[in-house]
Design a protein. Structure first.
Length: 149
């Protein structure tokens, strides 16, 4: 409860200072623009999810980081929809993977199954596997021998 009161106090201070500097009309346009950006991020979330699933499948990130990156994208989009300058700043920072990766890596203990490697040989093996997977063509063989009873 005390954190919410502190946040509310800081939000009011930041919003009043910025809106008095840029004016009421630009403040209104900023609120509408960031709400549309937040809604468009939520609508296009499936592409972000697909990119993160691809990163997990090629072991670029582990499952905990996958969950947190997607969570930060959703929370950031919701913060962009909520009016206020501080929420807009936090929401836009959460959309950049550099900042979310820093937060995830700072407070996340990696699981024991995934061991990141900077070895050039491992990186080349992963790239070869990606190339092999893109050359695969799935087919279904239908037999010409049809017997009718």
């Amino acid at each position: 409860m005390i954190y919410f009161v502190i946040y509310l106090f800081l939000e009011v201070l930041v919003s009043v200072n910025i809106s008095s500097y840029i004016g009421g009309l630009l403040t209104f346009f900023e609120i509408v623009l960031t709400a549309f950006i937040g809604i468009s991020i939520l609508v296009n979330f499936r592409t972000t999810l697909l990119n993160n699933i691809t990163a997990v499948s090629y072991h670029a990130i582990d499952l905990r980081e996958f969950q947190r990156l997607n969570l930060f994208t959703i929370i950031g989009a919701i913060l962009l929809i909520i009016p206020g300058f501080m929420t807009d700043i936090l929401g836009s920072l959460m959309q950049f993977s550099v900042f979310t990766s820093m937060l995830v890596n700072r407070y996340n203990i990696k699981s024991g199954n995934y061991k990141p490697s900077n070895n050039q040989e491992d990186i080349q093996n992963i790239q070869k596997n990606i190339q092999k997977d893109s050359d695969v063509i799935d087919v279904e063989i239908i037999s010409d021998n049809s017997t009718t009873k």
